[in-house]
Design a protein around this ligand. Structure first.
Ligand SMILES: NC(=O)c1ccc[n+]([C@@H]2O[C@H](COP(=O)([O-])OP(=O)(O)OC[C@H]3O[C@@H](n4cnc5c(N)ncnc54)[C@H](O)[C@@H]3O)[C@@H](O)[C@H]2O)c1
Length: 443
């Protein structure tokens, strides 16, 4: 377990660097620039909009999270990133078609200034897209060194005090950990030998961690979820978190499923289907890339329902997830969930959820919060896997042998208690103990 100390103040500028300046990243950047200009509000961001209860309920202390812990201010954030396309952030945002053109026009000057650095890319890992803005170094080790140079140069040019890297690039094909991923020595040898099982996302992560820069994986790729990079994060005292931003359908699942479980209602089937037409959807149309996403999406329900402990209620549950690429929808994904449940005496019932969501609108505040909290964690001396940030992730990374917590409400309690602990406040379990304590004290 990390030794958490009170975080130091957030002095100077924070650079948020993103591999992948596509729909999610450009929506985040445009949103923050709009907020800085007073043209928008950070809706959906806990760091900016949520408060946290401190002490007993009678104390009435509910500061905003951003006033409770020393987070970087939005005005101190500088954005940058890498992409295989040469488009600047304004062009990429227009292309992503998430935000309205008139809104982007108001931010054009700021967005145009952010140009992608050349990417580390391997078409074996991401099919269906082709770009030209790609680094030419011949070994994966040299590519890592080139990324480190990019990071240091960005920091110097933009006069940043600290950096955070958040992977917002396409989902890579599914791979499983092998012996080259088991230790940092093996991993470095494999980087030099150009081993095909080192994915581009791992090269970005390695480069960041070597420099002590916190790294978040927003896609379902393996990336930092391997012993070698966990070891490196401990060595360089750097926080890591992953994987896969929890938006849309999975967010709904982790809201609804804990409720059914809490009421001991049975579930015989959960069929989830989606249509989406953005570039992410195009990449996921390839079976190898879809497999990575599918594994991430499928694990959620088993962990919440725990069929092995509740075989009568959940032992026979059939869970299916489909994603279909359907260009007319663009970033406005539509998902349908059919949930077959059963109650008293086994009588069946059905729940239908039809969520017309906007993927990147849900993802942008998650990226912001993760970046700000990871920077905070670094300043609080935390390293390795940041399980308290599971709240934001579809497939939370955990210490070896532990199962992830998927219940969004338990995840929130863990996040808030970590912040309380960091700042020397009492933890709150919501088990009513404080109520009984108050009762005893008042007697
Ligand atoms: N939008 C959501 O709600 C959501 C939720 C969970 C996870 N994600 C994940 O976040 C990622 C980004 O989503 P998006 O909608 O912005 O996708 P997107 O396709 O619009 O953007 C991804 C960008 O990454 C670039 N890219 C691909 N490989 C790269 C590499 N090796 N280095 C640098 N750039 C690279 C692509 O050119 C593209 O511009 C995807 O992996 C997606 O699965 C998104």
């Amino acid at each position: 377990m990390d030794v958490i100390k009170k975080p130091t103040e957030a002095k100077g500028k924070l650079g948020i660097l993103m591999p992948g300046l596509g729909a999610v990243a450009t929506t985040l950047i445009a949103g923050v620039e709009a907020i800085k200009k007073g043209k928008s509000q950070p809706i959906g961001s806990l760091t900016q909009m949520s408060s946290i209860r401190l002490g007993k309920r009678t104390e009435n202390r509910n500061p905003l999270i951003k006033d409770f812990v020393p987070l970087a201010k939005l005005s101190d954030i500088v954005f940058g990133g890498w992409d295989i396309y040469e488009d600047n952030v304004y062009e990429a945002a227009v292309n992503a078609s998430v935000l309205e053109l008139h809104q982007l026009a108001e931010l054009k000057t700021e967005l145009e200034q952010i140009k992608p650095m050349s990417a580390v890319f391997d078409p074996n890992y991401v099919k269906n897209i082709i770009g030209t803005n790609i680094k030419k170094e011949t070994t994966k080790y040299d590519l890592a060194l080139a990324l480190m140079k990019d990071m240091e140069k960005f920091k110097a040019i933009n006069n940043c005090d600290r950096l955070v890297v958040v992977w917002c690039a396409s989902t890579e094909k599914y791979i499983e950990p092998t012996n080259i991923h088991t230790s940092i020595d093996e991993f470095e040898k494999a980087l030099k030998n150009n081993d095909e099982l080192i994915a581009p996302s791992m090269i970005y992560a390695y480069a960041a961690l070597k420099l002590g820069i916190p790294f978040v994986n927003g896609a379902p790729n393996l990336t930092v979820d391997i012993p070698a990079l966990i070891e490196l994060s401990k060595q360089t005292k750097t926080p890591i978190a992953g994987k896969d931003f929890k938006t849309g359908q999975t967010l709904m699942k982790t809201i609804v499923a804990p409720g059914l479980h809490a009421r001991a209602l049975g579930v015989s089937g959960w069929f989830s289907t989606n249509i989406l037409g953005n570039r992410d959807g195009k990449v996921l149309d390839d079976p190898e890339n879809f497999k990575t996403k599918e594994v991430s999406k499928l694990s959620v329900l088993d962990e919440i329902f725990q069929p092995e402990s509740n075989p009568i209620l959940y032992g026979e549950m059939y869970h299916k997830v489909r994603i279909n690429y359907y260009p007319p929808r663009g970033d406005n994904k539509e998902s349908w969930d059919n949930i077959d449940i059963f109650g008293w005496m086994g009588y069946p019932m059905q729940i239908k959820i039809n969520f017309l969501c906007r993927d990147s609108i849900l993802a942008a505040p998650i990226v912001l919060d993760l970046a700000l909290f990871m920077d905070l964690a670094k300043r609080a001396g935390m390293d390795g896997i940041q399980e308290w940030l599971s709240f934001y992730l579809k497939s939370p990374q955990t210490a070896e042998g532990l199962k992830p917590e998927h219940d969004v409400f338990k995840q929130l309690i863990k996040l808030q208690n970590t912040l309380r602990h960091m700042m020397g406040e009492d933890l709150i379990t919501h088990l009513g103990l404080d109520y009984y304590q108050e009762l005893v004290e008042s007697m």
